[in-house]
Design a protein around this ligand. Structure first.
Ligand code: C5P
Length: 398
């Protein structure tokens, strides 16, 4: 039920850390993938090797690990998950979180993130009942942090009372509740992605350049907020999003048909790079070279404009329609005109000139154009653009 959901599990330094290894399993059993982060103290209780072997992921430990910064900075790591779980959340970690400290990798991630955070406290009963811990708990709750447990029972230190970390299955169930009740719960969203291929003959085609990676990131971000996503994709090289209905098509006309079948929806994001033209008369036999060296003449016909067609529908028009404008010249003027011409609600405009490295790359530099004007977003990863867009859409669809 959590297929495709990503959890960043911060393991704190307490005796309950051994249960966090079971928590990795419990989350995986529900379909989530888990990336572990361990504090220095945590590695006194369980080994990074165990966490890595169980999760199937590298364990992140040190803020100053330069290789990680090159691969994925701490800001990116903090936002790469749909939920961050801190388990065990020790008294020390809770105090640092409440104060907003960023003194190691775990606390820096927690300060930098904008994804939901859940803590599973675990400590001695006196520490739990201490006025300072209760004050910190209050602060964390007010900051919107979810809290699971602690439970009452015998403790490793020989005392009895509240302070035992909740059982891994209860923590995983609480995580599922948060993940499945996002702000887009109950909303159906169509996302188009990738290029289209328009056949010339059975072996050749014309196409647009598109990896589909921005579309995949958007589908993942929308489904992480609880939306049901119909992902309609041309032949893309990017990975498919997880937890979405995937509908594969080849041509623009097939893409339009698939969109019409998937309707109605609450919102649609048309991120596909649809070919504007197809062959007027595609042949079902391979075009051969002839002895005279004649060069074939290709006659084009116009493809349907999916974004414009859906935006101008009189019945069943989605409440919010987002188009993309990939331009190389006069980006904002062209994109603004495109929004009006096609009659979509928002346009995400970006400059895809080769020198930007955006096409096929991992980053994007976009401007969101709405009826209220232009909002320039700083250059960020395609995942971050997707998450920002998904949040903005969730606000709009409230
Ligand atoms: O006109 P242009 O191709 O630049 O417009 C880009 C936007 O329109 C994108 O959102 C794209 O997915 C959509 N589009 C479409 N059908 C087409 C052409 C573009 O949906 N035939």
């Amino acid at each position: 039920m959590l297929n495709g959901r990503r959890v960043l599990l911060i393991i704190g330094g307490g005796i309950a850390a051994y249960k966090s290894l079971e928590l990795i399993r419990a989350l995986q059993k529900r379909g989530a993938s888990v990336v572990p982060v361990m504090t220095r103290a945590a590695s006194e209780f369980v080994t990074p090797l165990s966490a890595s072997a169980l999760s199937g992921h590298k364990v992140y430990q040190d803020l100053f690990d330069l290789t990680d910064e090159a691969e994925m900075g701490h800001i990116e790591l903090s936002r790469s998950a749909d939920l961050i779980i801190v388990a065990p959340a020790t008294g020390d970690l809770m105090a640092k979180m409440a104060l907003g400290m960023a003194s190691d990798l775990a606390t820096t991630l927690l300060l930098a993130t904008d994804t939901p955070v859940m803590i599973a406290p675990a400590m001695n009963v006196r520490m739990w009942e201490h006025a300072a811990t209760q004050r910190n708990l209050e602060t964390l709750r007010r900051d919107g942090i979810y809290v699971c447990g602690p439970d009452e029972g015998d403790m490793a230190c020989g005392e009895f009372g509240f302070g035992r970390m909740s059982e891994p299955d209860s923590i995983a169930d609480a995580a599922a509740d948060i993940l499945l009740n996002g702000p887009l719960k109950g909303k159906h969203i169509i996302v188009t992605s990738g290029p289209t291929h328009e056949p010339i003959d059975p072996v050749r085609y014309i196409a647009n350049r598109s990896s589909g990676s921005q579309g995949t990131a958007i589908a993942n971000a929308l489904s992480a907020l609880g939306a049901r996503v119909s992902f309609i994709t041309g032949p893309a090289s990017a990975e498919m999003p997880e937890g979405c209905d995937i509908i594969r098509v080849e041509t623009a006309r097939e893409m339009l048909d698939a969109v019409q079948v998937a309707l109605p929806c609450d919102a649609a994001v048309f991120a596909a790079a649809v070919a504007d033209w197809r062959m007027k008369d595609a042949t079902d036999r391979k075009i051969k070279k002839n002895a005279a060296g004649d060069i074939p003449v290709l006659n084009f016909a116009e493809n349907p404009d999916i974004l414009a067609t859906v935006s101008q529908m009189k019945k069943n028009r989605p409440r919010l329609i987002v188009g993309f404008a990939a331009e190389t010249d006069d980006v904002l003027e062209n994109a603004t005109a495109k929004r009006e011409r096609k009659q979509c609600d928002w346009i995400v405009a970006n400059d895809v000139s080769p020198e930007t490295g955006i096409m096929g790359g991992t980053e994007n530099d976009v401007t969101l154009i709405t009826e209220n004007g232009l909002i320039d977003w700083p250059r960020m990863s395609k995942n971050a653009v997707a998450q920002k867009l998904a949040k903005q859409m969730a606000d709009e669809l409230k």
